[in-house]
Design a protein around this ligand. Structure first.
Ligand SMILES: *Cc1c(COP(=O)(O)O)cnc(C)c1O
Length: 384
């Protein structure tokens, strides 16, 4: 079956008792045992819940992995995966990283003796020189957020395998609809399902997919032991969102491409970072390893003084954090999402005070361009 069909039918064949097309919410923590030594397959909801299990099976299938795990947030998913590591272990991590992941590694995992080196994960020489005898894994975001740097997954996962490292990919920005890293050699996929998978800015969730029996068993143990699992209501809400993922991603991509082209031609804009544009350095790799582009991109204004009035004058586009929902949101990474990353690292990767990030929603593209165009005009007028 094609992925559009798998998505639309999530949970629809899983309730033979009643034939319910929408899988029910099993709001129960405990399950009756028929008799001693027997089980329905469910005993306690932290370990396994029927609603969550349907979601977990769906994401495993969509990502072509062996097991799926639903967590209470993207950070909870990352924390569960990081619990694979022990004191003294070392990670190699994408340089232009999600701020919350950087904070978790440095401020939390660091206290447990796990260290990390941040490199451009598309640079094999940089990866090689970051390697240490105690390195255990490489964590890749592609595209990165906000600068949309692209990593060649087949190349880097192959390198990791040869080194004996676990290859972890945060696939939040592309979702399995556009990119399936396990097919390119990844061992573990992590999602902030709060973003495109949920898609409506109304559910906080994280997902993990593992490849291979050993890793699947280890993560299952940690998922249950740590307990940061997704509740049945939110599991249902997430599946509800995922049913329309294909339609939404196509519209996000269409709108984002049109708007990126508009901005690239605008005299007030210095640079647009979007891998769908042939001028982007990652264009060729991105076209090869994924079937489409995400709905977020960043752009740098020529004049830092235009940022404040633009954010004040956008109307349809909300000045808000987060990404991946049907509503368009614009954020200012240097002071919001990436405030926890030291200024020195931020500047090194290019997250400066003239950079804006745009999560393009599914509104009509003409209305979005009109809103931007108007805010730009007012900002320009305020300058003089
Ligand atoms: C948002 C995000 C996270 C964190 O997920 P939450 O659901 O907010 O906890 C992790 N990685 C990426 C790439 C994200 O965008």
């Amino acid at each position: 079956m094609k992925i559009e069909s798998v998505l639309a039918q999530i949970g629809s064949l899983s309730e033979p008792g009643t034939g319910a097309v929408s899988f029910p919410i099993y709001q129960a923590t405990a399950f009756r045992h028929p008799r001693l030594g027997q089980s329905t397959g469910f005993d306690y909801s932290r370990s396994k819940n029927p609603t969550r299990a349907v979601l977990e099976q769906a994401i495993a299938e969509l990502e072509q992995g062996d097991a799926g795990f639903a967590c209470s947030s993207g950070m909870a998913a990352l924390q569960t995966v990081f619990a694979l590591f022990s004191q003294g272990d070392h990670l190699i991590v994408s340089l232009d990283l999600y701020g919350g992941t950087y904070r978790l590694i440095e401020k939390v995992m660091g206290r447990f003796g796990v260290t990390a080196t941040y490199v451009d994960t598309n640079d094999l020489d940089a990866l090689e020189s970051a390697s240490r005898p105690n390195t255990k894994a490489v964590l890749i975001e592609t595209p990165t957020n906000p600068l949309m740097m692209i990593t060649d997954l087949e190349k880097v996962c192959g390198w990791a395998k040869a080194k004996g490292y676990i290859a972890i990919v945060d696939n939040t920005l592309l979702t399995p609809f556009f990119q399936r890293p396990i097919e390119l050699g990844a061992d573990i996929i992590v999602h902030s399902a709060t973003k495109y998978l949920g898609g409506h800015n109304d559910v906080l969730a994280g997902l993990i997919v593992t490849k291979g029996k050993e890793l699947s068993e280890q993560v299952a143990f940690l998922h249950n032991s740590i307990g940061a699992v997704l509740n049945p209501q939110d599991s249902w809400l997430l599946m509800r969102g995922m049913k329309t993922l294909a339609l939404r991603m196509e519209r996000h991509q269409y709108n984002a491409t049109k708007i990126a082209e508009f901005l690239q031609a605008h005299p007030m804009v210095e640079q647009v970072y979007y891998p769908a544009l042939p001028s982007h350095p990652g264009y060729e790799v991105q076209s090869r390893q994924s079937s489409g582009n995400t709905g977020i991109f960043s752009f740098r204004m020529k004049d830092a003084r235009t940022i404040e009035p633009i954010l004040r004058h956008i109307r349809l586009i909300a000045f808000a954090e987060s990404l991946g929902g049907v509503e368009s949101l614009m954020t200012y990474p240097a002071v919001q999402t990436h405030a926890d990353i030291p200024e020195e690292i931020r500047r090194q990767v290019g997250v400066d005070d003239r950079l804006l990030r745009f999560s393009v929603g599914i509104e009509h593209v003409d209305d979005l361009i009109g809103d931007l165009s108007n805010a730009f005009d007012v900002a320009q007028a305020e300058l003089v």
